[in-house]
Design a protein. Sequence first.
Length: 477
Amino acid sequence: MSARSPRPPSPRPPAPSFAVLDPATGEVFDEAPDQRPDELDGVVGRAHRAWAGWRADPGARSAALCAAADAVEAAGDGLARLLTREQGKPLAESHAEIARTAARLRYFAGLTDPRTRPISDGRPVSSEVRWRSLGPVAAIVPWNFPLQLAAAKFAPALAAGNTMVLKPSPFTPLATRLLGSVLSVALPEDVLTVVTGREPLGARLASHPGIRHVTFTGSVPTGRAVAASAATSLARVTLELGGNDAAVLLEDVEVDRIADRLFWAAFRNCGQVCMAVKRVYVPARLHADVVEALAHRARTVPLGPGLDPDTRLGPVSNAPQLARVEDVTRQALAGGARAAAGGRRLERPGYFFAPTVLTDVPPDSPVVTGEQFGPVLPVLPYRSLDEAVDAANSTGFGLGGSVWGTDLDRAEAVADRLECGTAWINHHAELSLAQPFAGIKDSGVGVAGGPWGLYGNLRPFVVHRPREHQLDQEVRR
Ligand code: NAD
């Protein structure tokens, strides 16, 4: 494997293309290739041919992934600007996303050679588990963290020795295309291929007979469709789906100390984070204080285009998502909720929605029971801790949750009662590269992250052999 000059993203039209919009203006600013589903046969075939060379040498894979991380960092400014342009997030958050993309590559560069393990169960046989790659795998990702979520898939998959076909969301195809071009400096041809296009491209990729593992991040309904598509070829699936994380504040919480952290846990990336705080449960005595602390921040946070250096909160990322956020807020207000801040779309170009804090929300309102995935936060009072824990666990989701208070042992005991994959104390949505990440209930199937994510991209291959002397005895018998 040798370093090469970057392959440019595949050539633009005459092939069909689709428009890419800037959410800060609502206007078209570029286009991306609208690849046809039947093009996947050639793409997957080339990924299959590249697999033999890529899987053969763990040391070369490790070096290539480190070089890939360097290349991502070197291209950081261009990637960050393009990401902000098509996704809307503040430029500083795009830079952070790119830093995490590089960090993920480096982390998995250290895991390219999983240990062969001897197995012993007392019988006179030597058994050994060796780990094998799967072949070409597919990644399908959403628009909220296009690069970082793609890296969470391609870094472990490539480290394991698989090749990958990566399909970004049609709302955010451009930064991923550029990333593919940047990575081509370090990776052999066809080891990672970015395809862009509108449906049914994703459905065809998920059901392609040459794909051995489909790793998907997105909404619950699409996750179900992907699982059904993958069933046709019996490919392995990993699904990282929606969340409706609750933050439970305890009686001893110091509101002023945690208000900033809690606000950003809910509103970062305009609330478009799978494991954002999406509901807050507060002791009735503290409810008014918490509502006001959050509403004050919602009213005063600098809002604007992501490329403006003063912006802390950008627009909602696309028009359908803005419509969903408007709809869920309208339903809550019609049901008796009150907006302590925001509550409506802003009258300016682009997809801006005023950061919204809702109080007096009926517990069966869709903004509580479903996933708003936007800058809208319901704050609900509770009278007993059991009531709060039951409410936190009452939805169909089970991604994350958090408990906030001064007595950390007590907070941890409450966190232990949350039905989800990750629980935090006094913060939310902080992930280590080395930890497993898995949702329960409708929030997911399979495990990503850390060594668990690597093994999700490998299959065990077991070799049994008799011990030498035992073979001799059997021959003599
Ligand atoms: P989405 O489900 O609409 O789309 C996700 C991806 O699937 C896109 O690339 C889309 O083009 C593709 N797709 C659409 N239909 C398909 C089909 N029939 N077959 C195959 N692929 C298809 O999700 P979205 O609106 O892009 O993203 C928001 C959702 O993602 C939210 O629910 C959010 O919670 C979830 N999410 C989850 C995590 C996690 O790690 N659990 C992380 C980020 C986002």
